[in-house]
Design a protein around this ligand. Structure first.
Ligand SMILES: [Zn+2]
Length: 277
């Protein structure tokens, strides 16, 4: 069964400094200090923008320890709470992922969390049985063309959307990484906030066309792209000089988000998945 078309808006709810990979392995208290209350204060204005439109918020687990009210506030506003790893960093092995999942096990159970989004949309082959073991039912941790659904080891993989401009591949497997090869072959990752930062009107039109053809695009944004943190680019200046591509993630996309919300139907990922069953 194909669920009715809707925009699957997701927010990878991580702190402003996650853009810089330099803080991934510092002491947890130092990350808490760096956040400086940003992630607590950004939530209310973000929820206000969403109004009665529903979305999925993938939360970084250690932030639930910093601000325990986050998951409840998100759920009370009618949204889905998902998991964006306990600490926002690239996890390369099954052992690392298991340790990370275990660190957040308590709040995942308390809030009945079902969805997983790997940081940097990068995961490994063995993740799916692990997600199942920890009570999760789906993942959104790869890139693939709109409406691709993969059932892997009893877990649904609902990819972040791409548009195939040339080659019409139809068989996809998880995990799958967005490599320069895929870009060269004409696969356009419009679901990434990197892309919507650079080409918001193009992404809007791709979404519009996908919905008209009965498909349900998956796109993601970050809190710092909706509520700009104080002195954001100054604080990231060393990273931006080193990697100017990161600039796209610093653009404020709240008008883009408002545009999407006022034009298209949305739902949580879980609601979409219940239509697949
Ligand atoms: Zn992330």
């Amino acid at each position: 069964m194909t669920p009715s078309p809707r925009l699957l808006l997701t927010v990878d709810y991580e702190s402003w400094f996650a853009l810089s990979r330099r803080h991934d392995f510092i002491a947890p208290e130092a990350r808490y200090k760096l956040d400086g209350g940003y992630s607590r204060h950004a939530l209310d204005p973000i929820l206000e923008i969403f109004g009665d439109k529903k979305a999925t918020f993938y939360l970084v687990g250690e932030m639930v320890g910093w601000y325990p009210e986050l998951p409840e506030k998100i759920q009370n506003a009618g949204h889905e709470v998902g998991f964006h790893c306990h600490v926002h960093r690239r996890l390369n092995t099954v052992a690392e992922i298991e340790k990370d999942l275990t660190a957040s096990a308590d709040w995942l159970k308390k809030y009945n969390v079902r969805g997983y989004r790997a940081p940097m949309i990068h995961t490994v082959e063995g993740v799916y049985p692990l997600l199942k073991k920890h009570g999760l039912t789906y993942s959104s941790s790869i890139y693939a063309p709109t409406d691709t659904v993969i059932n892997k080891d009893g877990i649904y993989e609902i990819p972040v959307s791409t548009l195939q401009l040339q080659k019409r591949q139809t068989n996809f497997r998880a995990p799958r990484h967005m490599t320069p090869d895929l870009l060269i072959m004409g696969e356009f990752p419009y679901g990434s906030s990197f892309t919507s930062g650079l080409f918001p009107r193009t992404v809007f039109r791709i979404i519009e066309r996908a919905l008209k053809s009965g498909k349900s695009p998956v796109i993601f944004l970050h809190p710092y792209e909706i509520v700009t943190p104080p002195n954001f680019t100054q604080r990231l200046s060393a990273d931006l000089i080193h990697n100017p591509l990161l600039y796209s993630f610093t653009f404020n996309k709240s008008n883009f988000l408002k545009d999407l919300l006022s034009h298209f139907p949305t739902s949580t990922m879980q609601e979409y998945i219940s239509g697949l069953q």
